[in-house]
Design a protein around this ligand. Structure first.
Ligand SMILES: NC(=O)c1ccc[n+]([C@@H]2O[C@H](COP(=O)([O-])OP(=O)(O)OC[C@H]3O[C@@H](n4cnc5c(N)ncnc54)[C@H](O)[C@@H]3O)[C@@H](O)[C@H]2O)c1
Length: 290
């Protein structure tokens, strides 16, 4: 199946950049959220990323300034935004990126089932919820698949293509093809909490979180030691802030519920979320964000 037009539902930390990735591959894409201010923020993120990517090409003299400007206009012109399902009648591939809650996923998938053409693949960017259960909200569970990007979506190349019990072989193939068309690297995963990457990543992060809760060491200082010692671009507390602490806590709790106490949930992070300090998206988390 060729994807002539795509859509992204949920324009938060992930959605805006996912729409940008699709448009940068010359595929028209719609970005939908429940409120225009979230759509606008997603479109602004897509603009920032596009300008930065193209700006680097112009700096390296791979593109002239005029060609760069034209490329930015073309990419951004391929992204449409709104709060309704206008234009979803001829999409081929939809990626849902709403908060990690099964009730929300069910509501969105039931709506998508009603407004998209029968052949369209309905994909979820869930970090670990059951694709089979998400597919239950539709009349086409064979066309429901996990399509898990990593933050930041415009940079990270991996996509986990996750197979639910009902997902057809054609859908898995279509998802893997689409991942390649948007210049990503798909890996096929079985359905289990955390899939592959979060299962590995969360167990490492869990030990650092446990250590911080036990010692009370400054998260910023720990981040600095870890980035220096391991040569990582960002420490785990900053990554959590950028990803959204509500999402990170939800995923950590799901992992603990599925696999037991070896997946630790950071108490200080839970306290921040309770206070509404969600990291970069709310302006404050372990760090202050302008
Ligand atoms: N943040 C990350 O690092 C990350 C990485 C990979 C996967 N994910 C997954 O991606 C999904 C989205 O995460 P996020 O961090 O972007 O969340 P987010 O909270 O930043 O954004 C979610 C957006 O969805 C919107 N929304 C809620 N209900 C909606 C509806 N019915 N229709 C349309 N939009 C709706 C919200 O208004 C919000 O703008 C989650 O399943 C999460 O587990 C997140």
């Amino acid at each position: 199946m060729f994807v002539f037009k795509a859509a992204v539902v949920g324009a938060g930390v992930m959605g805006g950049e996912i729409a940008q990735v699709i448009a940068a591959a010359d595929i028209p894409v719609l970005l939908k959220d429940v409120d225009q201010k979230f759509v606008d923020a997603g479109l602004e993120k897509a603009r920032e990323v596009t300008e930065s990517q193209v700006g680097k090409l112009v700096e390296r003299e791979k593109l002239t300034a005029a060609a760069g400007r034209a490329q930015i206009d073309r990419t951004l012109g391929l992204i449409g935004g709104g709060t309704g399902y206008d234009g979803f009648g001829d999409v081929d591939f939809v990626i849902e990126a709403v908060p990690e809650r099964m009730d929300l996923k069910h509501a969105v998938f039931a709506e998508l089932d009603a407004v998209t053409p029968g052949h369209a693949v309905l994909a979820s960017n869930t970090s670990g919820l059951s694709i089979t259960e998400i597919g239950d909200a539709t009349n086409r569970p064979d066309k429901v698949v996990g399509f898990h990007f990593f933050w930041p979506a415009s940079v990270m190349r991996l996509i986990e293509v996750v197979e639910g019990e009902e997902t057809s072989a054609e859908t898995i193939q279509a998802a893997a093809n689409f991942a390649q068309a948007i210049r990503k690297m798909p890996i096929r995963c079985a359905e289990c909490p955390g899939f592959v990457v979060n299962r590995i990543l969360s167990s490492t992060a869990a030990e650092i979180w446990r250590y911080q809760d036990e010692t009370g060491l400054d998260p910023e200082a720990l981040d600095e030691h870890i980035t220096q010692a391991a040569g990582m671009p960002m420490g785990p507390f900053r990554v959590a802030d950028m990803s959204g602490l509500d999402t990170v806590v939800k995923v950590a709790r799901d992992m603990r519920d599925a696999y037991g106490d070896r997946f630790y949930v950071h108490k200080a992070m839970e306290a921040l979320v309770e206070r509404g300090d969600l990291g970069a998206k709310s302006g404050k988390g372990f760090y202050e964000h302008s």
